[in-house]
Design a protein around this ligand. Structure first.
Ligand code: IPD
Ligand code: CA
Ligand code: CA
Ligand code: CA
Length: 263
């Protein structure tokens, strides 16, 4: 039997330690490499932070499995048992260029079900966390259930790729939505964008393509406050697979899906 209370305490301690290490590194020179293209960055801090968590988890929970963005975890083909899904730095481009607006994101799943989710905004020192069935919190203050909001009063997060011709969604599909809403935002960290929805600072978030480590924690957080998390077609997400993402307040999610995305 997993002692979830103990897991929760350990993750918080490890996240705080990793966050401090990252903040303390701001004066040091970064080693920056590129991955799939010149804008897909990874630094020694992304890799070091992932390794830090993996060492802690492996020495404490020998039977737990780990999926990490930077590849130091396990090769997973299913989500049986307990699985940690880790993005050591979500928003690496912000980390490199701005030294703000990036987060550590950790989702813990048990037999495919999200149990614990953590998003730590390292510079603002804001820890968002959720425990399945027990609510979501920001720095240990309980977040209220999300209320519905009309499309015309909503602020939605999406990045400017929606304007370009791309293989996922036609710019003509999103233009009427962008015209209708009160405003749009783009923070450059999927985890922070999801945490902001849970905290009521944003009303919806659209992304053409994300990986499991981008949304694993955010999904648990948002569902705990009554938000809805699907792909752009309204299907459930599989935390093992890459996918598009559409997150929104209850009510608003369904209206945007039916009135805009499905047209
Ligand atoms: C990225 C961020 C970004 C999103 C990208 C992700 P990373 O994660 O979440 O907001 O638009 O698709 O890859 O690479 O900085 O961890
Ligand atoms: Ca990355
Ligand atoms: Ca990420
Ligand atoms: Ca990352």
């Amino acid at each position: 039997m997993t002692n979830w209370k103990e897991v929760d305490q350990n993750v918080r301690d490890w996240i705080m330690e990793a966050g401090k290490t990252i903040r303390d590194s701001f004066q040091d020179e970064l080693n920056i490499k590129t991955k799939s293209n010149r804008n897909d960055l990874v630094t020694n801090m992304d890799e070091g932070t992932e390794r830090f968590f993996i060492e802690k988890i492996r020495s404490t929970y020998k039977d737990h499995k780990i999926m990490g963005e930077e590849g130091f975890g396990d090769e997973l083909s299913d989500l049986s048992g307990v699985t940690w899904i880790i993005d050591p730095i979500d928003g690496t481009m912000n980390f490199v260029h701005q030294q703000r607006n990036f987060a550590i994101s950790i989702g813990i799943y048990d037999e495919s079900q999200g149990v614990l989710g953590y998003i730590y905004d390292v510079v603002h020192d804001e820890l968002y966390h959720a425990e399945k069935g027990r609510g979501a919190y920001m720095n240990d203050v309980k977040l209220p259930a999300l209320n519905d909001v009309p499309v015309e009063d909503s602020i939605i997060a999406l990045n400017a790729q929606w304007m370009t011709t791309n293989k996922r969604i036609d710019p003509e599909v999103l233009a009427p939505l962008v015209q209708k809403v009160r405003g749009t935002r783009s923070y450059g960290s999927a985890a922070i964008e999801m945490a902001y929805i849970a905290a009521g600072r944003l009303d919806a978030y659209i992304s053409m393509r994300l990986a499991p480590w981008d949304f694993a924690a955010g999904k648990i957080l948002i569902e705990e406050v009554g938000g809805v998390v699907t792909d752009l077609e309204g299907n459930d997400l599989n935390p093992l697979n890459k996918s598009s993402l559409f997150v929104g307040k209850p009510g608003l999610h369904g209206r945007i899906l039916n009135d805009y995305l499905k047209n």
